[in-house]
Design a protein around this ligand. Structure first.
Ligand SMILES: Nc1ncnc2c1ncn2[C@@H]1O[C@H](COP(=O)(O)OP(=O)(O)OP(=O)(O)O)[C@@H](O)[C@H]1O
Ligand code: SF4
Ligand SMILES: [Mg+2]
Length: 359
């Protein structure tokens, strides 16, 4: 295993992912014979502390969504561990749970998706959408459940009169609030946000980001933790305590946000920070576009996966894969030359306060 997780998992870590891997089979022909594998997530080690926001960044196809979906067990890992600390301080390995056992712990984590409209059933009223997880997880029913729904809607800034409306009656930002209420109603410890604000207009994004931050500080004093997947580096800088950078299914750098943004230790991170996101009218969010081709995760390059695009690559890089190592306390990078390279950080375009200030 990489050096990243050498400490015991008792320093406030709510989630600890060890050696997490997802290989999707590639099939061909009439008999759908397996001819290869897409290594979407490959031996990832990460942790999230209680009350913190860890962001995941990386180009399209780097495995962020696959990692998030494995953590909430929307898809089954190929191998690895997903250790979640529950509110009674016991730990479970989500990767090993199935059926009823998995169902029994589902209330502790939730995933919020990019497109609020697609994740809300258009034929259900808001009260039923938000109540559903309470019934599914056997937490409350009847009037008790309705009371919890009311409280949660209030928490996300929606009102009593919204209870009986259907999702189409709401704006994009309000629909995302409904999605957040649904995620929160069971009081989970961990929320995975996958591009949860990318589809929204900038001013609405700011409101939702501020809501997520307020909820993190306030909810029952339990310290809600977020795994936050995003393309917009200004948003990431604003919302994260730490940032993990993914490249072709692997985590290649992890650091506290300010340290990573001001002085990256891995050339891929430097390249990401220097890229200006390209506005994409299809998805509204800016997409990170770097020079050179993203390797095919079914057939990645030898050695360091970044070597064909890295301006600092040497012969060694094409032969030897750099493991993720602790370079200075709390900072991890997968580069043979992390100690000696002098890499550039990002020029701050927007101070964080104005990047997501309420409007
Ligand atoms: N169900 C699947 N079957 C086969 N391959 C898949 C499947 N889901 C994802 N992949 C592949 O796994 C890799 C990682 O995809 P993933 O969606 O996790 O990336 P991502 O970092 O979330 O990208 P984006 O930024 O575009 O959302 C990609 O090569 C993708 O094509
Ligand atoms: S190991 Fe080599 S190719 Fe990989 S990031 Fe470092 S310098 Fe570049
Ligand atoms: Mg994704």
């Amino acid at each position: 295993m990489n050096g990243h997780e050498s400490k015991p998992a008792d320093d406030g870590r709510i989630l600890e992912v060890r050696g997490l891997t997802k290989h999707f089979p590639i099939t061909a022909g009439f008999l759908r014979r397996v001819v290869g594998h897409v290594r979407a997530v490959d031996d990832v080690n990460l942790y999230v502390k209680a009350g913190e926001t860890l962001s995941l960044v990386g180009e399209s196809g780097s495995g962020k969504t696959t990692l998030g979906r494995m953590i909430v067990r929307a898809i089954e890992p190929t191998s690895g561990e997903i250790i979640l600390k529950l509110d009674d301080s016991t730990r479970v390995d989500l990767a090993k749970l199935q059926g009823e056992e998995l169902r029994a712990v589902r209330r502790h984590f939730h995933m919020i998706f990019q497109d609020p409209s697609a994740s809300l059933n258009p034929r259900m009223r808001v009260r039923d959408i938000v109540m559903e997880p309470l019934l599914y997880n056997n937490i409350a029913k009847g009037d008790d459940a309705l009371e919890l729904v009311r409280e949660t809607l209030k928490l996300v800034g929606l009102q009593e009169q919204h209870l009986n409306r259907y999702p189409h009656a709401f704006s994009g930002g309000q629909r995302q609030r409904i999605g957040i209420a649904r995620s929160l109603v069971c009081h989970p410890e961990l929320i995975v946000c996958d591009e949860s604000v990318s589809a929204l207009d900038v001013s609405i994004q700011a409101q939702i980001l501020n809501l997520l931050k307020d909820l993190q500080k306030g909810i029952g004093g339990v310290g809600l933790s977020y795994l936050f997947i995003a393309h917009d580096l200004a948003v990431v800088e604003h919302i994260s305590d730490r940032v993990a950078v993914m490249y072709v299914g692997k985590v290649v750098e992890v650091a506290e946000t300010k340290a990573l943004f001001t002085k990256p230790l891995m050339p891929y991170t430097e390249a990401l920070l220097s890229s200006v996101p390209i506005p994409d009218p299809e998805r509204k969010a800016g997409r990170i576009i770097l020079k050179g081709e993203v390797p095919n995760p079914a057939n990645p390059p030898s050695g360091c996966y970044f070597h064909p695009r890295c301006p600092y690559a040497t012969e060694r890089c094409a032969q030897e894969a750099p493991p993720l190592r602790e370079i200075v306390p709390g900072r991890f990078a997968a580069c043979h030359y992390a100690e000696t390279l002098d890499l550039k950080g990002m020029l701050r375009l927007h101070p964080p306060e104005t990047a997501a200030a309420p409007v």
